[in-house]
Write a protein that binds this ligand. Structure first.
Ligand code: T6T
Length: 329
């Protein structure tokens, strides 16, 4: 009798436990989470496209997506936006940190307030999270393109376009941004395997296409035998291409672009740009939100999630499976 009642009690407890467990996770799943997405800047077609993917995922899991960012790619303007978002206590923050060092302390405030952080596109620290090493390993996950590989792809394309010889340079944003630093690193490592190519000093444009265009003309004036340029992000590429046109060097100075807004695709059509490496920003936004949702509902999440590229050139840009990766404006 006693034995029986023990089993009864144990069974009842086990049942209660099971109910409590499923009620717990069902409760988390039923909750309408608010997930904030803080882009590098709000007006960039790359982040506009990322937002669309994030919205699609938020809709799929019944979460609310809040998109809030600064008008330029700069820690000085991004940090106050981040502080304001932390003040609203969202359930999770997705952010493209505009500097790998300067955003560490501001993001730590979010983590200390109990808000999980996922970085999208760019990373802080080394980008290796949850390792127990360093002071920037606290984000849950990093969702992004393989930017070192992207730089290497750009270098190979440019080397082919210029017949494996001549002078080239990288038009880049500014040091300290994880993505564009890694693209330059991948580009230079690949170019080191091409002894006929000289890589000139990198030109930093502060994400200003006009500055990138003037720099192209200045580099060309100093190096009339310039063969090519790698624009390491949307504004760098657009500006470098405009500079080539203004210098009257279309077809002589070859351009390989990172990112694929409509304007770059028009330049491919017109022959000013040889190739664009389209990232998949919608995929980054989608998987960023899904990772946040998984974490918030008690599931484990990979510390790094890699997204793809589509290489666009004149031969494939009318293929709908390629054209779908042109960024939204
Ligand atoms: O290239 C993207 C992004 O990956 C990078 O981190 C910053 O620049 C862009 O947003 C393009 O402007």
């Amino acid at each position: 009798m006693e034995r029986r009642s023990f089993f009864k009690t144990a069974g009842a407890l086990a049942m209660a436990g099971a109910v409590a467990l499923s009620a717990g996770s069902a409760g988390a799943q039923d909750k309408k989470f608010t997930i904030a997405l803080i882009p590098g800047l709000t007006t960039d077609a790359f982040y506009i496209t990322m937002r669309k993917g994030a919205e699609a995922a938020a809709k799929a899991v019944g979460a609310e997506l809040v998109f809030q960012g600064a008008p330029d790619f700069n820690p000085v303007t991004q940090v106050p936006v981040l502080d304001a978002v932390i003040g609203k206590k969202p359930d999770a923050i997705l952010i493209a940190p505009t500097d790998k060092t300067q955003l560490v302390q501001p993001l730590k405030k979010a983590a200390e307030a109990g808000i999980p952080v996922i970085t999208v596109d760019t990373f802080i620290g080394t980008g290796q999270y949850q390792t127990g090493a360093g002071d920037a390993d606290f984000p849950i996950s990093y969702v992004a393109s393989d930017n070192v590989l992207g730089g290497a792809i750009a270098a190979r394309a440019l080397a082919t376009a210029i017949g494996d010889k001549g002078k080239v340079y990288v038009s880049n944003v500014k040091p300290g941004i994880s993505t564009t630093d890694q693209r330059e690193e991948g580009f230079k490592a690949e170019m080191a395997k091409h002894p006929g190519i000289t890589v000139l000093e990198t030109q930093y444009n502060d994400n200003d296409a006009n500055k990138a265009a003037s720099q192209l003309q200045a580099v060309y004036a100093r190096n009339p035998d310039l063969s090519g340029v790698f624009g390491a992000n949307l504004f760098s590429a657009l500006g470098a291409a405009n500079g080539v046109q203004q210098a009257g060097q279309m077809g002589k100075v070859r351009v390989v672009a990172f990112d694929a807004p409509g304007s770059i695709v028009d330049n491919i059509n017109g022959g000013l740009v040889d190739m664009a490496i389209a990232q998949h920003p919608a995929e980054i936004g989608y998987f960023g939100v899904m990772a946040a949702y998984a974490h918030l509902t008690g599931n484990s999440v990979p510390t790094a999630i890699g997204t793809g590229f589509t290489v666009i050139d004149k031969n494939n840009l009318s293929d709908p499976n390629v054209a779908k990766f042109i960024y939204s404006e």
